[in-house]
Design a protein around this ligand. Structure first.
Ligand SMILES: Cc1cc2nc3c(=O)[nH]c(=O)nc-3n(C[C@H](O)[C@H](O)[C@H](O)COP(=O)(O)OP(=O)(O)OC[C@H]3O[C@@H](n4cnc5c(N)ncnc54)[C@H](O)[C@@H]3O)c2cc1C
Length: 403
């Protein structure tokens, strides 16, 4: 039986952010992941300004990610076919694309070199047992103990499942369902520009092409699940989408690589889902369902919630888990507020008229174009106007990451 200050299940962006912050604060942490890295994760690979700032603060060096592609040119297409081109500022990086195969491996490399971190790859979480002052974890046929367990194990969170009685609804499959495929040989505009298509049949979600350099893109689409929706409808939607003339035009004679992959995106802001077992088990990232309900972006939220949970554990007494959980909930309140605003805006974007109106306003002037792009890529918190506490210096024009 080995003992730690905390055990983190899952070494995606959320788990790495939590484990690194804990270890840098002096804690002994066990990180387990059922996968060995590098491993793929079905994702659009888009990094918002919020995600980039989080990666920078963890100490990630972009040169460790071979296909890291900085984005400065964006084009949004409204349901009416109107195209609005936007530029992002050059004072640092405000948006980038990084394949998760490479990005997550580079993040896990930060764990390998960190004092205080024991990394167990290829070791799945197999069970949880609650003792009066600690949690026992079964993983890789061994037992480990810690006062706190952090569930960073993604949309299907085995940690939440093993915890049981955690108020989980049966059959939960995420608020969004999204699919992506890599394409290469892109000759059109999409080779260097990031495209978002607000197609009338996908609203309030969208299709995207995110550039990866060398004529390669991450092409994908998301849909918001509605009652009665069936995953079987995604395959015909996908094959029809890649034949749409305006999409083919910007891809040119590109060809798909490999298969199309699909995965849920959990985006239901709910503070009551952040902790269980009286505060001894805490959830972050997709396991806490904190992705943005308007865009489906979740990497920035995974990093934010990971750092927040670590700070709450470091600051709180191990004997008072409820106080730790309360501190964690308080620290992610702004994230939940941003996500609630995003949910409201998603309601506007659900109707073609709403989406057309939003893009018409966005395209009114050079100022609206620049600021809409920054807001969309989470350069400003979604609910910045409603949270005066975040109106610090340059709140509306922060420099990009890695400036
Ligand atoms: C198609 C698609 C496109 C997307 N596009 C974007 C985008 O462009 N930008 C963006 O910001 N977000 C995007 N997202 C959302 C983003 O991928 C997630 O929000 C993000 O990966 C969440 O990170 P995480 O660390 O919480 O979970 P994950 O990245 O899912 O990591 C969870 C980890 O837990 C491990 N694990 C699972 N089970 C166990 C177990 N039993 N024991 C141990 N370990 C386990 C897994 O192996 C994995 O490494 C997209 C999602 C999808 C599906």
């Amino acid at each position: 039986m080995s003992r730690y200050d905390a055990i983190v299940a899952g070494a995606g962006p959320a788990g790495v952010a939590a484990a690194l912050t804990l270890a840098r604060g002096g804690a002994e942490v066990l990180v387990l992941d059922r996968a060995r890295f590098p491993r793929d994760k079905c994702c659009g690979d888009g990094l918002t300004a919020g995600a980039l700032r989080g990666l920078e603060s963890l100490g990630l060096d972009p040169s460790a990610v071979p296909s890291w592609t900085v984005v400065t040119d964006v084009c949004l297409r409204s349901p009416s076919g109107r195209e609005v081109a936007m530029g992002l500022p050059g004072d640092g990086v405000h948006a980038a694309v990084a394949p998760r195969l490479e990005l997550d491996a580079a993040l896990v490399d930060l764990l390998r070199g960190a004092a205080g971190v024991t990394l167990a790859e290829g070791v799945p979480l197999e069970g949880l047992g609650l003792e009066h002052d600690r949690v026992r974890v079964r993983a890789g046929s061994e037992d480990h103990e810690a006062p706190f367990v952090v569930g960073a194990d993604g949309a299907w969170s085995p940690t939440r499942r093993f915890l049981g009685g955690g108020g989980d609804r049966g059959g939960y499959r995420g608020e969004w369902h999204a699919m992506r495929q890599y394409w290469s040989g892109v000759e059109g505009d999409a080779a260097h520009r990031l495209w978002v298509w607000f197609e009338p049949d996908l609203l309030p979600a969208y299709a995207w092409s995110f550039p990866l350099g060398g004529g390669r893109v991450n092409l994908g689409l998301g849909i918001v699940r509605r009652p009665g929706w069936r995953a079987g409808g995604m395959a015909p939607l996908w094959s029809g989408l890649v034949r749409r003339p305006h999409i083919r035009e910007v891809l040119g004679r590109a060809e798909p690589e490999g298969t199309v992959k699909a995965w849920p995106i959990p985006a239901s802001p709910d503070p009551s889902r952040l902790a269980g077992a009286g505060g001894r088990v805490l959830f972050i990232g997709d396991a806490a369902r904190v992705a943005d309900p308007m865009t489906g972006e979740g990497i920035g939220q995974a990093l934010t919630s990971g750092r927040a949970v670590a700070r709450a554990i470091l600051a709180g007494p191990a004997g008072r888990p409820a106080a730790v959980a309360a501190a964690y909930r308080r620290s992610v309140e702004p994230l939940h507020l941003d996500n609630r605003w995003a949910g409201l805006l998603s309601g506007v974007m659900a109707h073609p008229l709403g989406a057309r109106g939003a893009l018409r306003v966005a395209g009114l002037s050079a100022w609206t174009r620049a600021n809409f792009a920054r807001w969309m890529f989470e350069d400003y918190p979604r609910a910045v106007l409603a949270t005066p506490g975040r109106w610090g210096h340059r709140a509306l024009h922060p420099p990009g990451a890695y400036a």
